[in-house]
Design a protein around this ligand. Structure first.
Ligand SMILES: Cc1cc2nc3c(=O)[nH]c(=O)nc-3n(C[C@H](O)[C@H](O)[C@H](O)COP(=O)(O)O)c2cc1C
Length: 187
């Protein structure tokens, strides 16, 4: 059975820059024996964490009953989690931030699923030419991975792509995304 990687797509723009890189990443991952489950979070109903401290008290991850169930079901069966996102105001877009917050049940003392030792990947795109624009996002990702005890298996941060198809002509970048997937290699 192929190993699984959950690929969370944070952009509201279908087939835009970040999603294009996600496709290359998934193709590379497939070459390494990983099956990518792409989840486009835009359009899913995922509320923000309400800090009710009722994780797992109704038998499942979260007390809130919404589309986050789909994300939990995928992550539970994955050994790699990939966050794919455009940069919005130097940070995570509204679409994907609640997903991060709703991962809290995995880190609660009564968690029924242990994700420590899993691997995480960040793929992000931005319009600015200066890659310093990613400083905040990168720091957020790295601190969160450290908290979660996840190993970072790759970061691909691509500046200078504003229009939806801008990344499509950047073959070297697409190759890097492919190789990042390929390098996952089952352990
Ligand atoms: C609301 C909004 C905020 C944005 N904020 C930034 C930003 O802070 N820095 C930046 O370089 N680009 C910013 N951008 C541009 C996007 O990050 C860029 O176009 C990205 O490649 C879009 O990826 P996508 O095609 O996958 O949606 C913003 C775009 C939008 C719509």
């Amino acid at each position: 059975m192929p190993r699984k990687v959950t690929v969370l797509l944070g952009s509201p723009r279908r087939s835009g820059n970040s999603e294009t890189l996600a496709v290359s990443f998934a193709e590379g991952a497939a070459k390494s024996g990983y099956k990518a489950q792409m989840i486009r979070v835009n359009g899913l109903k995922i509320g923000g964490c309400i800090d009710c401290r009722r994780c797992w008290t109704n038998g499942s991850h979260c007390f809130l009953n919404d589309d986050m169930k789909e994300v939990y079901a995928s992550i539970d069966k994955s050994s790699v989690i990939t966050f794919v996102t455009p940069l919005y105001f130097y940070s995570w877009p509204t679409q994907i931030k609640p997903v991060w917050d709703r991962l809290l049940p995995y880190f609660s003392p009564n968690s029924k699923v242990d994700l420590s030792g899993h691997r995480a990947v960040l793929i992000a795109t931005a319009g600015d030419d200066d890659d310093k624009c990613f400083d905040g996002l990168r720091k957020s990702f790295e601190l969160a991975c450290n908290y979660a005890k996840w190993k970072i298996a790759g970061e691909l941060l691509v500046p200078g792509v504003h229009e939806a198809k801008a990344v499509s002509s950047k073959e070297e970048i697409l190759k890097q995304a492919f190789e990042m997937g390929e390098n996952l290699k089952p352990r």
